[in-house]
Design a protein around this ligand. Structure first.
Ligand SMILES: *Cc1c(COP(=O)(O)O)cnc(C)c1O
Length: 359
C-alpha cells in the first residue's frame, strides 16, 4: 500500500472560482495565472480546470511551450517576459505574449528578426519598484516598440503592491492608479490595459481590458478575509492518515528537540506528512489539523516525513484515521496564518513526491 499522504485537486472548484473571477472582472478578459506549476496544482490539470479562461499567464517559458503542446490554443502571457534573445523565436513560433519591462528587453527585441509578430504587455512600475518602466519613461519605451514591425498589440500593464489592504499606510492602490493614468495619458489613454491580481479584483472596482487572478482561482484569499466569504472554494485538499499513536505521560516530551512537554497525560497521533512533503517545518504548536473531521492541533516539531498531533480530545482516533492538513474542511489560509506564511506558499511548496489525484 502506498504511503497514505495524497493531494486531491478539485477541478470543479477551479471552474467555479474562475466563474467567480469573471463575475468580478466587469467584462475584462481573464488571464488565469498558472505560474509555479499552477500554484502547485499541475499545469495540465489547470489547463482543464481553467478551460474557460481567455488566456493563461505564467513565468516559465518552457511551461508555456508545454501548454501549446498540450493543446492550449488561446493566448498565453509570459508575466516576466523573456529572459534571453533566444526566447524570442520561441515566443513567435508558439504565439506567446510577453511582458516587456526593461530597456534590455527592448534592445533584444530591436535586434531580433522574427517570423511572426508578438503581442506584448508593456509593464509600468507604478511604485512597487519590482519590474517595469516608470510612468515618465513609458512613452519612450512604447514609441520604440510601436516602431518595430514584429510587435503586434501593446497592452499597458501594472501590478499592485497593496491591493489586499483596505487602508494601507504606504502606496495605496489609488496612488498606483494615479501614476498609471499619468503614464497611460502620456501615450494614449485608450490603449488596452491589464491591471488586477486577485486582491485587485475582489476588493476594488477597476475597469480594465485584462485581469490576472491567481490565488483566488485556487480558493485562497489574498487578504485576511476568508476565501469562503468571497465565495471561493478550496481546490487542493491534502490528506493523510494516523500511522501511529503514543500514550504520553505528563512530563514526557515529543519530537525532535523535545520542544513539546506534555502538561498532563495525552494521546499523540503520528501523521504521515512532513516538511519533505511541503508541510511548513516552522508551523508551531496548535497549527490546526483535522482528524476524523475533528479539529485538533500540531504538537512538537514537524519532521521530514511525519508530524504529531494531539488526539487527547479526538476519542475515536486510531491508526488509519483520516487526517486533513488543509483544503476541504480546513481552509489553507488558516493553516498558513498559524504557520506565519500565506496560502500561496503552502500550495506552491507541495512536494513532487506527494501523489496527486482529482475529484
Ligand atoms: C502572480 C501574479 C499575479 C496573480 O497574483 P495573485 O495574487 O495570485 O492573484 C498577477 N499578476 C502578476 C504580474 C503576477 O506576477
Amino acid at each position: 500500500m502506498p504511503r497514505p499522504l495524497i493531494a486531491t485537486i478539485h477541478l470543479d472548484a477551479m471552474q467555479q472560482n474562475l466563474a467567480r473571477a469573471r463575475a468580478c472582472a466587469r467584462g475584462a478578459k481573464v488571464w488565469a495565472v498558472v505560474k509555479a506549476n499552477a500554484y502547485g496544482h499541475g499545469l495540465e490539470r489547470a489547463m482543464r480546470g481553467f478551460a474557460d479562461a481567455d488566456g493563461l499567464a505564467l513565468v516559465e517559458v518552457d511551461y508555456a511551450v508545454r501548454l501549446r503542446e498540450l493543446g492550449w490554443s488561446k493566448p498565453i502571457l509570459l508575466l516576466e517576459g523573456f529572459f534571453d534573445a533566444s526566447d524570442l523565436p520561441v515566443m513567435a513560433q508558439y504565439g506567446l505574449n510577453g511582458s516587456v519591462h526593461c530597456e534590455e528587453q527592448i534592445a533584444m527585441l530591436a535586434a531580433a528578426r522574427l517570423p511572426h509578430a508578438i503581442d506584448v504587455h508593456l509593464k509600468m512600475n507604478t511604485g512597487m519598484n519590482r519590474l517595469g518602466f516608470t510612468p515618465d519613461a513609458v512613452a519612450a519605451a512604447y514609441a520604440r516598440l510601436r516602431a518595430m514591425p514584429h510587435i503586434g498589440t501593446i497592452t499597458l500593464m501594472t501590478h499592485f503592491a497593496n491591493a489586499d489592504e483596505a487602508a494601507p499606510t504606504r502606496l495605496p492602490l489609488a496612488q498606483q492608479m494615479l501614476r498609471f493614468e499619468a503614464g497611460a495619458a502620456s501615450i494614449d489613454a485608450a490603449l488596452p490595459r491589464s491591471l488586477c491580481n486577485s486582491a485587485g479584483l475582489l476588493l476594488h472596482h477597476l475597469d480594465s481590458d485584462w485581469v490576472r487572478p491567481g490565488i483566488m482561482l485556487y480558493g485562497g484569499t489574498p487578504s485576511g478575509t476568508s476565501a469562503q466569504a468571497f465565495g471561493l472554494l478550496p481546490t487542493m485538499t491534502l490528506r493523510s492518515s494516523i500511522i501511529g499513536i503514543q500514550d504520553v505521560a505528563a512530563g514526557e516530551v515529543v519530537g525532535y528537540g523535545s520542544r513539546y512537554e506534555a502538561a498532563g497525560n495525552i494521546k499523540v497521533g503520528v501523521v504521515a506528512c512532513g516538511y519533505a512533503d511541503g508541510y511548513p517545518r516552522h508551523a508551531p504548536e496548535g497549527t490546526p489539523v483535522l482528524v476524523d473531521g475533528v479539529r485538533t492541533g500540531l504538537i512538537g516539531r514537524v519532521s521530514m516525513d511525519m508530524l504529531m498531533v494531539d488526539l487527547t480530545h479526538v476519542p475515536g482516533a486510531r491508526v488509519g484515521s483520516s487526517v486533513t492538513l488543509w483544503g476541504q474542511g480546513l481552509p489553507i489560509d488558516e493553516v498558513a496564518l498559524a504557520a506565519g506564511t500565506i496560502g500561496y506558499e503552502l500550495m506552491c511548496a507541495l512536494a513532487p513526491r506527494v501523489p496527486v489525484n482529482e475529484a
